[in-house]
Design a protein. Structure first.
Length: 501
């Protein structure tokens, strides 16, 4: 069993004189000393520090009020999600699964031990409610790998109470700054410990510079999407809202990039990887598509007058959505733990480490990237113009769906090219996004009508009225017709925007 908590805190360099007087902080009615806790934490990571590189921390801690295993994921500067599991000798499975996308087959080892004497003070309001916990931590850090090494320092940590207003931390910081206290240069105790105990040869090197060549730009986009897939893995496992959709989009962006920029990254290498990305996107899509359909049909049903709802339509729709979601999420967990998925992540890492760049990749980016985006757009144009000439029906539905997929690819290609192409690429991204939205509305209507036909058949077999399902079906058909009527005017604007690329 694991509990999740949103941790909002700030760290400061201690002046060595303890905690400054905080009685004058706006909203603080009392400063209550809570005593000293002795904490002993061992941080775990792979030998090559994969978790640390992602700003993820995993520790086993004794002492204090929350002894146990703690896994922390970054959310924003000073904000982390902390997942706590009870104290045990080995890493709990629930936490092991949440770091699997980063760790994979590598062993987790003890890397740093931090022993801290934590002097705790509570800031409370007039009713005695906790506003923030302030601690002065005297830290002794020991590196457990690489020949060892030690460091000692004292820092001040201010953690906002659960449900508190983050603006309160600004008030505390203002008071601390007036007392000469400054924010810590390190984001966490672990980061500082690793830096101060590392042998000089292991000190971090300067970050890579900005992309220069066409290959640099494409690889930067590939790297960003790989990172999104890895970073979203824990959120998908925890069934966080929209996580599946965002991971699926990242897989599509990667696959589209390989196809759009075959002149830069050798297709013989990226082709098989693109096939695996298609597999992953398809597996993720089963849950996402059902989520979208359930939300759409539920909202549509809510607009139907009560006297036109015949039979338990809402209950049947709700049961369908819950059953599909439960089964789909369990299947996705299996996919994320599968050897096939982990091998795909390893393959992406290898591609980024040793990219299959062609000779064209060394060229200046503007011309070659613009060429790739234009090529994708021509495919969109052919499909859209074919679709508008077709009669309404299945053939037109298929053509518009294919146009939507190519629209996404063009948008993603423009995103990869935007740092090099600037405003023309931004314009292309906006126009492709608007076209994608319109075509997406049409495809959602197609899928909704198919689902309504299936649900009505089940209802009919159970002796229920199918009237309301037919009503919803007709409304969806009308929505599709409106999209088809709007498409020529929207397409005209899109073509105009594309002409500037």
């Amino acid at each position: 069993m694991a509990d999740t908590k949103r941790e909002i805190e700030r760290k400061y360099e201690s002046l060595g004189g303890g905690l400054p007087d905080l009685t004058g902080v706006t909203g603080v009615a009392g400063v209550v000393h809570r005593g000293v806790a002795h904490l002993d934490a061992t941080y775990h990571d792979t030998a090559d520090e994969r978790l640390t590189a992602s700003k993820v921390t995993l520790r086993r801690r004794t002492g204090g009020s929350d002894a146990g295993w703690h896994l922390k994921f970054p959310v924003a500067p000073g904000v982390r999600d902390e997942i706590h599991a009870p104290l045990s000798d080995t890493l709990p499975d629930v936490l092991a699964s949440l770091v699997r996308s980063r760790v994979r087959d590598a062993a987790l080892l003890p890397v740093v031990r931090l022993r801290s004497d934590r002097d705790v003070t509570h800031l409370v309001d007039a009713e005695g409610r906790l506003l923030a916990e302030v601690s002065v931590d005297a830290v002794h850090a020991e590196r457990l790998t690489g020949g060892g090494g030690e460091a000692r320092w004292t820092e001040i940590e201010v953690e906002l109470a659960d449900g508190g207003d983050p603006a309160f931390l600004d008030k505390v910081e203002k008071k601390l700054r007036k007392a000469g206290v400054r924010p810590s240069a390190s984001a966490s105790k672990l980061a500082r410990a690793l830096e101060e105990t590392a042998p000089r040869r292991e000190r971090p090197s300067a970050p890579a510079g900005d992309p220069v060549t066409a290959g640099d730009h494409v690889l930067a986009y590939v790297r960003a999407q790989r990172d999104v897939i890895v970073e979203l893995d824990p959120a998908v496992r925890r069934d966080t809202e929209d996580a599946v959709h965002r991971m699926r989009v990242a897989t599509r962006r990667l696959r589209s990039t390989f196809k759009s920029f075959g002149e830069i990254l050798a297709p013989a290498v990226t082709g098989p990887i693109a096939d695996e990305l298609k597999w992953l996107a398809g597996e993720l899509g089963l849950e996402r598509d059902r989520e979208v359909l359930a939300a759409r049909l539920t909202a549509s049903l809510a607009e139907v007058p009560a006297d036109l709802v015949r039979g338990p339509v809402g209950e049947r729709l709700g049961s369908w959505a819950r059953a599909e979601h439960s089964g789909a999420h369990g299947r996705i967990l299996g996919i994320l733990d599968s050897r096939r998925h982990l091998a795909l992540l390893d393959t992406l890492d290898a591609l980024i480490a040793s990219p299959p760049l062609t000779k064209a990749a060394a060229k200046k980016p503007r011309k070659i990237l613009a060429k790739a985006v234009k090529k994708d757009f021509r495919k969109v144009a052919a499909l859209v113009e074919e679709a508008v000439e077709l009669e309404p029906g299945t053939d037109r539905d298929v053509a518009l769906h294919n146009a939507r997929k190519k629209t996404k690819r063009t948008r993603y290609a423009a995103e990869a090219a935007e740092p090099a192409l600037g405003k023309p690429a931004k314009t292309m991204i906006r126009s492709m996004k608007s076209l994608q939205s319109l075509l997406g509305e049409h495809q959602d209507s197609v899928m909704a009508r198919q689902t309504l036909r299936e649900l009505s058949a089940v209802a009919h077999a159970a002796g229920e009225s199918a009237f309301t399902y037919g009503l919803l079906h007709e409304r969806e058909a009308q929505r599709a017709r409106r999209v088809e009527d709007e498409l020529p005017a929207v397409w005209k604007k899109v073509k105009g925007a594309a002409a500037d690329l």
